[in-house]
Write a protein that binds this ligand. Structure first.
Ligand SMILES: [Zn+2]
Length: 420
């Protein structure tokens, strides 16, 4: 991805650096050739001649957001079946490209894929990195892995079709290894697995069931780590969380029903968790409109309460939370990503500063790229949001794209008012 040429000075705003530190009032950020050279009080900034100026209009200067559980290929999903081969790969690729552009316009300068149809996110990343299309800096997942008969294996036998699009179905550790080896050749960075079920499948794979064995999960981790890939998993049931932590998972998606032992295992290895909670609220609020059964809605309610409690306990104990969350469902569409942040402040009870740290620095740590971006400090890439208003007073400002003055990647203004 290209970097800006020349010098840019951003002034007249408070600086939130993404580390959780209190804001710096009257701040200045100086960007030189796409990298930050100063982020701090404007009184301590070197004097510049010949700099391009961005006026934050008394608002906020902060790191670009990181969506830590991004499904670029999900579109208008109203049932599990919609996740797979609803559209041909050609059309899904176009949808993914449009979703990537939208995410950047929403202030998300980086994203980790939480699973993708076919191998689309790998090529999406290439298109973004080569400046062919706009989008967040991506970490790729490609296809996901699930045990036969598990949450993502919904086609009954009579249909005589598998899950070639979204998921590699496995039976036993040998097939788990074989699936990871397929992904090695595809070039994915994260192996996304399904250790547990979900409220979405209440009859055979609900949120307290397991979809993979410990042996299968361990085989995935050993093979993936051998090839320098990381492993994550959809973990709701307590036993599935423990299996993932014992098997050496690098992050947990959801981490819903954590007991004391699970929390201790998590903290021991400092494994980040991406709860993705607004999806649960949206499923409860809008489920009836989309024909979700009461059983499914009740399951989402239980998941929401369990997940929120686990997130609070993790943060309080010094663990790491990344923010992101399954946007792309009919009732939780792409473009709503920042609702996750508002929800964590208003419902879960994180402070705005904690929430922003989760959505910036921790996201970058999850991607393994926190030395490059995720905080505003000298030497980092200038992936910066300049926003009208005080986001610490009203975090929901970040949901409103019309409040963005500039969304910058590598010092180049890609979206916001100044891009027009
Ligand atoms: Zn997901």
């Amino acid at each position: 991805m290209k970097l800006a040429h020349g010098t840019t000075l951003i002034v007249n705003g408070q600086l939130i650096d993404g580390t959780g530190a209190p804001p710096v009032r009257h701040a200045a950020v100086i960007v030189k050739n796409g990298r930050i050279v100063h982020a701090g009080p404007s009184s301590m900034a070197p004097t510049l001649s010949d700099a391009r100026m961005i006026d934050a209009r008394g608002g906020t200067i902060m790191p670009g957001l990181v969506e830590a559980h991004f499904h670029p290929t999900y579109f208008n999903v109203a049932a599990l079946e919609d996740l797979d081969i609803k559209y041909p790969v050609e059309y899904v690729t176009l949808l993914a490209s449009a979703n990537a552009k939208l995410a950047l316009e929403c202030g998300y300068t980086a994203a980790r894929s939480g699973g993708s149809l076919f191998n689309i996110d790998v090529w999406l990343k290439k298109g973004i990195e080569e400046d062919l299309i706009p989008g967040p800096r991506l970490a790729t997942s490609g296809r996901e892995i699930c045990g036969v008969g598990g949450l993502m294996d919904w086609n009954p036998e009579f249909r005589k079709i598998g899950m070639e699009g979204l998921v590699l179905l496995i039976n036993g550790p040998d097939e788990a290894r074989a699936a990871v080896r397929k992904l090695v050749k595809d070039g994915v960075e994260w192996v996304k697995t399904y250790p547990t079920g979900d409220a979405a499948a209440p009859d055979t794979n609900d949120h307290h069931t397991l979809c993979m064995t410990f042996e299968e999960m361990h085989a995935v981790v050993a093979t993936a780590h051998n090839h320098g890939m990381k492993v994550t998993g959809h973990c709701r049931a307590t036993e599935g969380i423990k299996n993932a932590l014992k098997a050496g998972y690098d992050t947990l998606e959801h981490g819903t029903f954590m007991d004391d032992e699970a929390l201790e295992l998590l903290l021991k290895r400092n494994v980040p968790v991406v709860p993705a909670l607004f999806f649960e609220q949206a499923s409860i609020d809008r489920g009836p409109e989309f024909g979700l059964s009461q059983k499914v809605i009740d399951g989402h309610q239980e998941t929401l309460e369990g997940g929120a409690e686990s997130a609070r306990r993790i943060l309080k104990a010094g663990g790491r939370i990344g923010l992101g969350g399954d946007y792309g469902f009919a009732w939780n569409p792409h473009g709503d990503y920042a609702k996750e942040l508002t929800f964590f402040v208003n419902y879960v009870g994180f402070t705005p500063l904690e929430t922003i740290k989760c959505a910036t620095q921790t996201g970058a740590q999850i991607m393994g790229r926190d030395t490059e971006f995720g905080t505003l400090a000298a030497g980092k890439l200038a992936d910066i949001l300049v926003v009208e208003g005080d986001v610490l007073k009203d975090i929901s400002i970040l949901e409103n794209r019309s409040k963005f003055i500039a969304v910058m990647q590598g010092g180049i203004v890609k979206a916001g008012k100044m891009a027009k």
